[in-house]
Design a protein around this ligand. Structure first.
Ligand code: NAP
Length: 253
């Protein structure tokens, strides 16, 4: 992954969990990274860690559902690093609620962050990548996305948003290919992050979850990060419009 050296990446939702793992590993590969999330202070902690290890990074507070903040994030990245080569659309929320009790506000909030936010970030970054005639975008979807993936009771809004992310990925791959911009998605299964904390802390839920995962364990953030690095590097130069499943075999069953 030598080609990642000197490239510029934006990772959203990067103060913790998988986003933090993606940011740290990209920086380790020599990429300059904008670490973005809703808390400036917590982004700065990740940036400090990168800088301490000799990498280059910038902390930017950005709510991905807010177009003004998204545009500023891209603008500040270009001001600091001169370009944007990579976007990892990672920020997301996942709150269980039965469909019959779900409020309009809960539906809108999930779709605004998980789907509209991906659209806003991808569009703002793609406008820069089009000028350069190169780029790679990775959208983090989920195995919970209907059709080729799964539905999941209690997650109507989340499943709809992630199904939308998969559809968005394929369409952007078509529209951006003429500019040499590749767009792919990753569909993680159960990954051990703060978002999935309830899976780990409730022994019954953990047992039920592990029972349907052939590798019989939750995934680690770094195992998704490895796929992110593959998809943004030249190692995947002929892959666009794909959704790569990283789930310990969950969907195979
Ligand atoms: P996480 O630890 O909760 O990290 C997600 C980060 O995104 C959090 O820091 C979160 O902040 C931030 N965020 C939420 N709303 C935001 C907004 N409007 N603007 C910017 N940042 C925002 O979760 P994770 O497990 O690493 O998840 C990363 C991605 O993987 C998500 O898209 C998730 O849907 C997806 N995924 C996760 C799993 C899993 O099992 N963990 C499985 C499949 C897919 P707050 O904490 O303040 O909300």
């Amino acid at each position: 992954m030598e080609d990642l050296k000197g490239k510029v990446a934006i990772v959203t939702g990067a103060r913790r969990g998988m986003g933090k793992s993606h940011a740290l590993k990209l920086a380790k590969a020599g990429t300059k990274v904008t670490v973005s999330d809703i808390s400036q202070e917590e982004c700065q902690v990740v940036v400090d860690e990168i800088q301490k290890a000799g990498g280059e990074a910038l902390a930017i507070k950005c709510d991905v559902s807010n177009k003004k903040e998204v545009d500023q994030m891209v603008q500040k990245t270009v001001e600091k690093f001169g370009r944007v080569d990579i976007l990892v659309n990672n920020a997301g929320i996942c709150q269980f609620k039965s469909f019959l009790e779900m409020t309009e506000e809960e539906w809108d909030r999930t779709l605004n962050i998980n789907l509209r936010g991906y659209f806003l970030c991808a569009q703002a970054v793609a406008k820069e990548m089009v000028k350069q005639k190169s780029g790679a975008i990775v959208n983090i979807a989920s195995v919970v996305m209907g059709q080729m993936g799964k539905g999941m009771a209690g997650l109507a809004h989340y499943s709809a948003s992630k199904g939308g992310v998969a559809a968005l990925t394929k369409t952007l791959a078509l529209e951006l290919a003429p500019y040499n911009i590749r767009v792919n998605a990753i569909a993680p299964g159960a990954i051990d992050t703060p978002m999935a904390a309830s899976t780990k802390t409730d022994p019954k839920i953990l047992e039920q979850t592990l029972a349907i995962i052939p590798l019989h364990r939750m995934g680690e953030a770094r195992e998704v990060t490895n796929t992110v690095l593959f998809l943004v590097s030249n190692a995947s130069s002929y892959i666009t419009g794909s959704v790569i499943v990283v789930d310990g075999g969950w969907l195979a069953g």
